[in-house]
Each structure stands twice: as C-alpha cells, then as structure tokens.
Design a protein around this ligand. Structure first.
Ligand code: ATP
Ligand code: MG
Length: 180
C-alpha cells in the first residue's frame, strides 16, 4: 500500500484546493516559518480521526476551517482527503484505490467518507487497525512523543509493542465480544 496524495480544501491556511502527490522514496516538506508545514501533518492526523482540537492547536474543532486572510474571505467548510494505492490489498478490501476523507462545517457538523461514501469513524479505524496508519498509530511521531514512549508506564509500553506487532486488533475484538 502506498500513500498517493493528500488533498486539502479550506483546512487551516489552505483555502483553495491543494493537492500534494507523494512519489517513491522519501518526501521532505520545506518552507519558511508559518508557511503551513505543520498544518499538512495536522491535516493527516485530522482525517485519520483526531478528536482533540487542542492537539491541532485550536480551541474547538471548527477552528481548523480557513478563517480568512488578506484577499480571501473565511470559509464554511474544510475537507481533507487521503488517497492510497491499495493494489497489493494490504488493507483488506476489494478496492485497489482507497480514499478516506473527513469534512467539517462551521456549525461543527462533521462527516467521514471511505471511497466517497459516508461512513463512521469506527469504519475508518477498523480499516486501518494494525496497518500502522490509523488513529493512535505510531506512524506520526510528534515533537515530545519520543520522550513519552521512554517515560511511559510498562502497561503503556506493552500497548505500543502489541500494536506494532499486530496483535492489538485481536485483543480489541476479544474485548468487544466479551462485552456483548
Ligand atoms: P514553522 O516552521 O514555524 O513550524 P509551519 O510551516 O509549520 O511553521 P504552520 O504552523 O503549519 O507553519 O502554519 C501556521 C500558519 O497557518 C499561520 O500563518 C496561521 O495563521 C495559519 N493558520 C492556522 N490556522 C488557520 C486557519 N484556521 N485559517 C487560516 N490560517 C490559519
Ligand atoms: Mg511547524
């Protein structure tokens, strides 16, 4: 599986639709202070289900919607879409192209999409669980997180190891079954 592209419309400083395409190998994002580098990473965390506005440097979730700048009015909606090439079927679905998206309106109303069809966050979480990509995975290490891993309690470190080893998914399913 491969992350092909990221599309942002109305997300933070990206007022107009902006598409980033990722190619083979390493991608670096460079730019002056305040040019939006961190906003790009936050967009990825957001579309994967980030629930905390504070983790995205806001007070409430609609704060991520473009709030206007010189020459640009504020917007009412933000949408972020991640496009994956799933031709190796690493993610267990029939499709070779996979997209997930999340949108939010100024009133706080929000939707998630898998391949342009409305879904629940749970569906996205299930899709990515144990893939190393989803919410709470360790593919995005923010500043300060490396230290947190070293300083965490043994139970929390165990969770990290189990997630990385791919067995957390089964523990989670077992817990859900037992709860029924
Ligand atoms: P640095 O190199 O300092 O880390 P950066 O490239 O990571 O900078 P970001 O923090 O991603 O920059 O971008 C900050 C910019 O995004 C600021 O100019 C801020 O005004 C703008 N911004 C943040 N939220 C919004 C919003 N809702 N609407 C419009 N602009 C926003
Ligand atoms: Mg930054």
């Amino acid at each position: 599986m491969k992350l092909e592209s990221l599309e942002l419309t109305g997300f933070k400083s990206f007022a107009q639709k902006t598409k980033f395409s990722f190619h083979e190998g390493l991608t670096e994002i460079v730019g002056p202070n305040g040019s939006g580098k961190s906003n790009i990473i936050e967009a990825i965390r957001w579309v994967l289900g980030e629930k905390s506005a504070k983790n995205l440097r806001g007070e409430k979730m609609p704060d991520i919607i473009f709030s206007g700048s010189a020459g640009h009015n504020s917007l009412n909606r933000a949408i972020v879409k991640l496009n994956f090439d799933n031709s190796d079927h690493y993610i267990n679905i029939d499709y070779t192209e996979l997209s997930i998206a999340r949108e939010i309106f100024k009133n706080g109303e929000s939707n998630y999409y898998i391949n342009n069809k409305i879904c629940r966050l749970k569906d996205i979480n299930n899709l990515f669980m144990d893939s190393g990509i989803g919410q709470g995975s360790f593919s995005i290490i923010s500043q300060g997180n490396v230290e947190n891993i070293f300083n965490s309690k043994p139970e929390d470190r165990r969770y990290i190891v189990e997630t990385l080893a791919g067995i957390y998914k089964y523990k989670n399913q077992k817990q859900e079954t037992n709860a029924k």
